[in-house]
Design a protein around this ligand. Sequence first.
Ligand code: PLP
Length: 402
Amino acid sequence: MTQAKFEFAAMPDAEGMFGPYGGQLVPPHLKKAMDDISEAYDKISKTEEFQKELADLNATYVGRPSPIFHAKRLSEQLGGAQIYLKREDLNHTGAHKINHCLGEALLAKFMNKKKVIAETGAGQHGVALATACALVGIPCEIHMGAVDIEKEHPNVTKMKILGCKLVSVTAGQATLKEAVDSAFEEYLKDPTEYIYAIGSVVGPHPFPAMVRDFQAIVGREAREQFLASNGKLPDHIVACVGGGSNAMGMFTAFLQDDVHLIGVEPAGKDIETLGQHAATLTKGKPGAIHGMKCYVLEDAEGNPAAVHSIASGLDYPGVAPQHSYLKDLGRVDYQSATDKQTLDAFMTLSRVEGIIPALESAHAVAWAIKTAPTLGKDETILINLSGRGDKDVDYVANLLGI
Ligand SMILES: *Cc1c(COP(=O)(O)O)cnc(C)c1O
């Protein structure tokens, strides 16, 4: 029996569903606002004017395409597969997030919005969005957990310098989840004049699809670059997964290929203890959070669980609906790295290649370091190095007593 090849990339459907995940679990007035954004996005993103402005800014402002670097010394030291890095850390503002922030800010401009509102975890989305809003000329308001504000001081200062309004959120655990709740509350005050700019491939439709589309440039470039330099595709492609945007951005171009795709979640201090990790796909179950159906980590009462990761950008008890579906389909292999393995990978990449990775990205590096020695020398691993570690150096130095 012949079967048509499953169209992994042909998602979501008209209702924003990725299989049983995604959708719009929001009150009616918010659904109207989301549908308006969806309609505007479909129309505006297809115009030549929008595409040309985004392409110009990607080239001249972000610095795209980001290169692929062959980490020869690291590969040699590990004695197995050849390791390559897609250098999203070299983008203006230091991470992949500028890719969707520019898209979202431009969309806001084309829609004549008066204010862009968002949450931020590690501060990377906040900095990238404040940057894009400064460039485009729209007021920007960022909600951030008080705990993260304490931990991510340089990013907080950058956001203030870039001219955005920073709102400190002290409710609950005072991290990313509470920041999302607070930002949505502000947005609901005037969804006509304001626009919400979600920081990952999460939330109600159209955000999981829209953010993925803006990030997909990463995989499109990587596929072309790797083919040009190696004459074949990578055997393994690995990315860290928090909400899942850098991983989706990288994976989308390879979903139909015979390539092993690995998403690495934060195993934190202990993956067997709820509250000590943020490995949502590995340890969670199907549920709902922040306007979407997806895998979630829940406590005994059925509320979103407390989560932990050494990387604030990964500590979220939900995850992208598309990753949830790709897990069920078995197309992407979801694994995890502990805080300790991540810290080791952070130091190793810094000292062996002179590249200080973000603690988020170091989760993907940790998988490569663990796996490369078990593979043949003719095999290749491409790591999506989602961001640089400048924001993490004081935190790591304190932790290690450097
Ligand atoms: C925010 C962030 C992440 C996690 O977000 P995803 O949506 O899972 O990509 C990963 N890496 C860096 C550098 C980040 O700033």
